[in-house]
Every structure is written in C-alpha cells, then in structure tokens.
Design a protein around this ligand. Structure first.
Ligand code: PLP
Length: 370
C-alpha cells in the first residue's frame, strides 16, 4: 500500500527488535535464546522479523503451525524451526521436507512421529511436559507410560524437554515455583535416555524470574516486540511498534453535541473534535471508545464516542489549531501512548493488540543504524 493512500501508518523498528533480542539473550546467558514468532511474528510480519532476528544471532524459532514453519523455512534456510502445535494428521512428510521439528505434546504425537521415524529416522523433536496448564504436553500418567515403553524413542532425537509457565508475569505467584518443582519431578521419571536432555522452560516473563528458570534455552516472544514481560514492573524493553492515524476532519462544536454512534458522548463545553482514520476494522478495538487516549506531539487527548469501523473521534480542544489540521498524524500506539497502556484500556494484553493489527496500514520497517 502506498504511503499517502493509507489512513494510518504502522512503523516497526527492527533495530529496537534486535536490541531487545540482545537484552534477553544477555539476561538468559549462558542459556540459548530462541524466539517465538508464531502468528506472523505477533502480527508484525514474519518476512521482516524472522531475518532481523537471525541477523541478531537467533538460530532457533518457535511457530504455532506447520504452515507458519514453511513460510519461515523459505526465509531462513539454516534456522531450527519448531512447531508448537505438535503434529497434525498426515503431515509427517511435510515436516521432514521443510525440516520442521515438532514439539511432541502427547503420546499420540510421539507414536505418530516414532512410526514415521522407524523408516525415515532418526528424526528430531522437542518433548513438551505439561506442568500446570492442562493445555499441551504430557501429564504425569503419560510420562509414566512413556517410561514404561522407552522403545518409542528409539528412532527419535529429543533435543529439548520443555514446559510452559502459566503465571510467569507475576513473580510472586506460587504457581511459578510449583511448576518449576513439577518440571524437576517430571524429569526424574522420564525414560533414562531423556534424563540429561537439555531443558527449555522460560518465555519472556520466565527470563525475568531469574536463573532458576533459564535452564538451557529460553523462548521469548512478546518482550522481543516491546511488550512488558512483567505485570507490575517498569518495562525494560525498547519500543518496537508505533501506530499513527491521520486526521480526516476537525469540527468546532458547542456544548452538548453528540459524538459518534449511539450518542454515547456529549461535549461538555465548546469543543474541537477531530476524526481519525482508524477503526475497529484495523484492530483498534471497539472497547477503546470513551476510554483510550491518543497523543498529538506528546499531549494526550481522549477518544470520545464509540469506535466506528474506520474512524475514531478524539477531543482535541486543548491542542493548538495548527497541531491538528486534516492530514496531521495522531499517535495511537507508541510514544506517549505505550502499547501496554492501550492493552490495559482494551481490557486485554499486548499480545492481542499486536496480533489484531489490521491489514490496511501502510507498514514501514526501520532498520537499525548499524
Ligand atoms: C507463545 C509462547 C512462548 C512465548 O511467550 P511470550 O509470553 O510471548 O514470551 C513461549 N513458549 C510457548 C510454548 C508459547 O506458546
């Protein structure tokens, strides 16, 4: 999309992304630092994010689905690529062809990959233990069954045993320690062959829980993209995403003027209302109406009235007129309006804000200076 034809501009700072990778890698060292880039690199564009992380030194990537893995393989011929969903039916040949290593989440997955490996192996994989999410991974009963049938692993190379934290962003939550202890216990009942296999446990948040949680490899996602890995601490990451919308029109109105669908807002004095070219169809959530703030040259202004499909309305009464002419830009995410704040106003998490970013933006990628 041509720059001047778009209603809003999304800027993705690849230099900041690489700095974030370096910060997380240094914090987790000597553990290896992989990257979680599922869902099109959290909505930011795997075509640019994948190679940028590789250039920053990342050699191991996690995606959710095999389709995502195939896309990434074309971009990064030499990277290790792991599929978090495990194996889907009848996909073994595809995994092998594109060198995608499944995360084996169940005995079902293990049997399927092992049966294929018998003729085509040895084949690589990761083994996922569920230490407290009841979502993906082997529970204790399945681990015991695996320990009783270790020949299932004969043609498999398990490169890492992994698990996933449910409450890592809240360091004081006792679940973190409980999951860590369960992981150690689960390791102790694994088949002999896997007892010394390297371990991966930490996502972004887990890296900040300290070295006990780092093990041999960490797999951050959101912190790479600027999201705060910890719920109640200052955000140590650099800002990667900036979203700016264009002003379409400015209206001067008197007191008691209704704004937007449903007339849910009425001006409280003579006011200036600016219409900005972004809406819920762009991933600017409808719940942000009458709630979120935007900024013009770092001055915060409120979103008033409901969010429409293509439009929001903001009260710019306190902004000098020359600062909000049609065509001018308003900061919607980034700068004075941190991603984490937008997420809080939308009653969600930065992950959902990023993965919902729409397709109508003019997307611009900033390379680092070096
Ligand atoms: C998404 C995901 C990650 C990355 O999590 P962040 O919170 O974004 O750092 C790591 N591990 C697994 C299993 C995941 O699904």
């Amino acid at each position: 999309m041509e720059r001047k034809l778009a209603g809003a501009h999304l800027t993705i700072n690849l230099g900041a992304l690489k700095k974030n990778y370096g910060l997380l890698r240094d914090k987790a060292a000597p553990a290896e630092c992989a990257a979680s880039v599922k869902a099109n690199a959290y909505g930011l564009g795997i075509e640019r994010v994948g190679p940028a992380l590789y250039a920053a030194g990342c050699r191991r990537f996690f995606v959710a689905l095999p389709g995502e893995g195939i896309t990434l393989r074309e971009l990064l011929p030499d990277a290790k690529i792991h599929i978090l969903a495990g194996l889907l039916p009848d996909t073994e040949e595809t995994y092998l062809e594109h060198r995608l290593d499944p995360v084996l989440n169940s005995l079902h997955d293990i049997r399927q990959w092992a049966a294929f490996a018998k003729n085509r192996g040895p084949l690589h994989a990761l083994l996922h233990l569920d230490t407290g999410m009841t979502r993906l991974g082997l529970l204790e009963s399945e681990i015991r069954e695996l320990a009783a049938t270790p020949e299932l692993l004969d043609h498999l190379e398990i490169d890492f045993v992994m698990s996933h934290l449910s409450c890592g962003d809240v360091p004081s939550d006792p679940m973190n320690r409980e999951q860590l202890e369960r992981l150690q216990f689960f390791r102790s009942i694994l088949p002999q062959k896997l007892q010394d296999t390297p371990v991966s446990f930490a996502n972004s948040a887990g890296i900040f829980l300290g070295p006990d949680y780092h093990f041999d490899m960490v797999r951050p996602g959101i912190a790479l993209f600027g999201g705060n890995p910890q719920a109640d601490a200052p955000n140590p990451m650099q800002e990667v995403v900036q979203l700016r919308g264009r002003i379409l029109q400015v209206q001067d109105v008197d007191s008691e003027f209704p704004v937007g669908y449903g007339a849910t807002f009425r001006t409280e004095g003579s006011s200036r209302i600016a219409t900005v070219s972004v809406g819920y169809a762009d991933g600017y959530f409808r719940v942000l109406g009458n709630k979120a703030e935007c900024a013009i040259k770092s001055i915060k202004v409120p979103v008033v009235g409901r969010v429409s499909m293509d439009i929001i309305t903001i009260d710019v009464s306190k902004i000098p007129e020359e600062g909000c002419m049609p065509g001018a830009f308003v900061d919607l995410i980034g700068g004075a309006v941190p991603l984490d704040e937008v997420a809080a106003h939308a009653e969600t998490i930065p992950y959902e804000i990023l993965t919902s970013l729409g397709s109508r933006y003019y997307r611009e990628y900033l390379e680092d200076a070096g």
